[in-house]
Design a protein around this ligand. Structure first.
Ligand code: PEP
Ligand code: MN
Length: 338
């Protein structure tokens, strides 16, 4: 950490900073310039309370040198982490596509959806039984009954189940139905108590990016899960809030190479919640694969016009099949497989 003192700093103020650093077990290197005095803190930066330092008289700016995240950082683990989900490898050479409806509605709908997901060659199935809806008066999800319908439908086609966890009180049901991948939604990316609980579980987690979260905040959210012992974390970019109204969210394709540099964990893209329209999904999916995503999370409904949630952005079963072909070509062109 580097502490820049203001230009009228007194010796006693410099001393106070040095003493404070000492209480945290750090040594100091004081460099007195003509314009500015700069103090370099030597030792374990994680022990420093940046705000406390910033509040000391004479301190102008405190700059971190170390990354605030550890376990999820590429520097902690050089190789790409490959997550095993019932034998399906996510984060390796093969790109995985997770397909399914926004929400679990009925057994017939889930059976049809599972059939479509398998027919398109997707390796996992998605669907929310607990839904984070903007309005409390819209469909809130089928709940535990939905988990039951989902499990039955997915098991017929041997598809691992990916579903959103909104509350710690739902964890027992998730364990009972042996949910394969827990999704933490955009609205809960910084629900730290939920992240801590998920960190204690032995289940892969898809961590969606918060609506206006910086990449650093997103990495720190993942660190909350990792710190609890669960290192099977998958980042999912689903578009961020922007000034544009033409589409639902702005897909941040740049986040893919940035995350690939900063973390060893897999990165997937949700083109459905980004564009918010089914017709945008193929173009966004192609961009995601070309930019290095390890997978996609795509909404597909057996009959989009009848969907209880996110009808506008759902592909139909044939559109999901049609999506896959061009993606295979792009994957091949960059030395991967789909
Ligand atoms: C979803 O996947 O259906 C969902 C609610 O996504 P998000 O959290 O990205 O809005
Ligand atoms: Mn949705």
């Amino acid at each position: 950490m580097i502490i820049i003192m203001n230009n009228q700093v007194a010796d006693a103020q410099i001393d106070a900073v040095v003493q404070r650093l000492k209480t945290w077990g750090l040594d100091s290197n004081v460099s007195r310039g003509v314009e500015r005095t700069v103090i370099g803190a030597i030792g374990d930066e994680s022990k420093i309370d940046k705000e406390l330092l910033q509040a000391l008289p004479g301190v102008e700016q405190v700059i971190r040198v170390m990354k605030p995240y550890k376990i999820v950082a590429r520097s902690y683990h050089q190789e790409d982490t490959v997550i095993d989900i019932k034998g399906i490898k996510l984060g390796g050479r093969k790109i995985q596509v997770i397909g399914g409806p926004c929400s679990v509605e009925t057994q017939v709908q889930m059976d049809e959806a599972a059939k479509g997901v398998a027919a398109a060659g997707c390796s996992m199935m998605r669907g929310g039984a607990f839904k984070p809806r903007t309005s409390p008066y819209t469909f809130q999800g089928a709940g535990v009954e939905g988990l039951d319908m989902f499990r039955k439908a997915a098991d017929k086609y041997n598809l691992p189940v990916v579903t959103e966890l909104m509350d710690v009180r739902q964890i027992d049901a998730f364990m009972q139905y042996d949910v394969d991948v827990i999704q933490i939604g955009t609205r809960n990316m910084q629900n730290f108590d939920l992240l801590k609980e998920v960190g204690r579980l032995h289940k892969p987690v898809i961590l969606k990016r918060g609506m206006a979260a910086t990449i650093s905040e997103w990495l720190m959210a993942a660190e909350y899960i990792a710190a609890g012992g669960n290192h099977d974390i998958i980042f999912c970019e689903r578009g961020v809030r922007s000034f544009e109204t033409y589409y639902r969210n702005m897909l941040d394709v740049t986040a893919i190479p940035v995350l690939k540099k900063e973390t060893h964990l897999p990165v997937i893209i949700d083109p459905s919640h980004a564009g918010g329209k089914a017709w945008m999904v193929p173009a966004l999916s192609r961009a995601a694969i070309a930019a290095g995503a390890d997978g996609l999370l795509v909404e597909m409904h057996p009959n989009p016009c009848e969907a209880w949630c996110d009808a506008d952005q759902a592909l139909n079963p044939q559109e999901l099949i049609d999506l896959m072909g061009p993606l295979k070509g792009i994957a091949q062109a960059i030395g991967r497989e789909l």
